[in-house]
Ligand binder design. Structure first.
Ligand SMILES: O=C(O)CC1=NCN=C1
Ligand SMILES: [Zn+2]
Length: 420
């Protein structure tokens, strides 16, 4: 019986389905489900057939794409970005080259605080247009679902402005967007000597953020010169009472013990984790807190100590990867580059990397049922790559391997032609 599809992808070299019940951890992170010589049927925005070419010859479609034995995967999921911000920080490159530490730039009123100034001065419309451009670029790089944090306002008006821009992106942009309230991103100059009072003001926003459905998660930057573990624990405990999922920028630069605290609170994810201790890693494995690793930030800050991904995977932690896209410590939308750095510096295998940018990344932002996998009935978020197999993407770096991006069954991006 012939079945009429909207789009059929045929002659697929390797189709990565990432088929699994829930996130991958431990040994399972090293396993990858894929079909060689596959065909994929899409109808009404959903996956309607997944199988081997010879199993299904009678698929008819308005559009048939011969994938020429290329790699096909789910759309990538980026679970940690700061993609709504004003201005840029290219002027900080010179300071980085002189070896000025990230936290010193912040202490001198630069870093996050210089982006705060720029964001406060940028209108909601300009922020929306600027972040639309960034999300378009992320789509062209194969990302079809992304998390976006606030945190460049550090006052009620501007934090709400950022969150409303993110909400508008959720409504208007093809990218599926998850929103996180990161009002506790840094201590603004106005509250330099009264961080607790500032945190109280951010707690005072929880009700409105909840009522206006402006964020699913609350996050905090637990770091030397920013917020202590004790302040963070109190802040996140209050966020939990309001029903928010918890995230934390933990042990990025100094090992303060944010990892342990995140696991104890049952945070959905703990992010960065360069300084996580053995104890913290064990606690994350027990609590199911996802380790969102950001090796691009370690690379960009010129650091040589990376998060201990191998230890985390061996201990059974759910590990995912993200760009940490932001104007200061990781100005890149390119999750493919992060895959390469994860291979070279985190020593993650290609199989672990693919699980980390799909099914595990979706789990880190509560999108397990919607993103990161190609399964019957799921949204058709699919990428065709100009690559012969899944190992090729982390191997060949610094370019965009995407041939075609299909989002909810619509072709949104195709590699540009060279008009010779
Ligand atoms: O520097 C930034 O703008 C983003 C960041 N927050 C915490 N670490 C990096
Ligand atoms: Zn971040």
């Amino acid at each position: 019986m012939t079945e009429q599809m909207d789009i059929v992808l045929m002659n697929i070299g390797q189709l990565l389905t990432m088929d699994s019940q829930g996130p991958k951890k431990g040994k399972a992170m090293g396993e990858l489900e894929f079909i060689e010589g596959a065909v994929l049927g899409i109808k009404d925005g959903e996956i309607r057939f997944v199988g081997k070419q010879e199993e299904k010859k009678d698929l008819l479609a308005a559009k048939i794409i011969d994938c020429e034995r290329k790699l096909v995967t789910p759309g990538l999921v980026d679970p940690h970005t700061h993609a709504v911000f004003g201005g840029s920080r290219e002027h900080e490159m010179a300071l980085k080259q002189q070896g000025v530490p990230y936290l010193d730039i912040l202490k001198q009123g630069g870093g996050i605080l210089s982006t705060v100034e720029a964001t406060r001065e940028t209108s909601e419309m300009e922020l929306f247009e600027k972040s639309t451009f960034y999300l378009d670029r992320m789509l062209s790089l194969g990302t079809t679902t992304a998390e976006i944090k606030s945190g460049y306002g550090l006052n009620e008006d501007t934090e709400l402005k950022q969150l409303r821009v993110t909400k508008k992106l959720q409504q208007k942009h093809a990218m599926d967007v998850v929103s996180t309230f990161l009002g506790a991103h840094a201590i603004p100059p106005s509250h330099r000597d009264k961080p607790d009072e500032f945190l109280q003001e951010m707690v005072g926003m929880f009700q409105q953020v909840k009522e206006e459905q402006l964020a699913d998660y609350v996050d905090i930057f637990t770091e030397t010169g920013v917020f202590t573990v004790e302040q963070s624990k109190e802040y996140l405990s209050k966020a939990k009472e309001y029903g928010f999922g918890l995230k934390i920028h933990a042990d990025e630069i100094d090992p303060l013990g944010g990892t342990e605290m995140a696991a104890e609170l049952g945070a959905v994810s703990a992010d960065h984790l360069v300084g996580s201790t053995d104890k913290g890693i064990k606690k994350m494995a027990q609590s199911g807190t996802v380790a969102v690793l950001l090796p691009g930030t370690t690379f960009y800050l010129g650091k040589h100590t990376y998060a201990r991904a191998r230890k985390m995977i061996d201990e059974g932690v759910i590990v995912s990867l993200a760009t940490d896209f932001n104007p200061g410590s990781s100005p890149t939308e390119n999750l493919q580059l992060i895959m390469t750095i994860a291979a070279l510096q985190l020593k993650m295998s290609p199989e672990e990397i693919w699980n980390a940018v799909t099914v595990n990344a979706a789990h880190a932002i509560g999108k397990s049922e919607e993103a990161g996998q190609i399964m019957m009935g799921r949204k058709a978020d699919v990428v065709i790559w100009d690559a012969p197999n899944y190992k090729y993407i982390p191997y060949h770096y610094g370019v965009n391997h995407v041939n075609t991006v299909i989002k909810k069954g619509r072709i949104l991006y195709q590699r540009g032609k060279i008009y010779g």
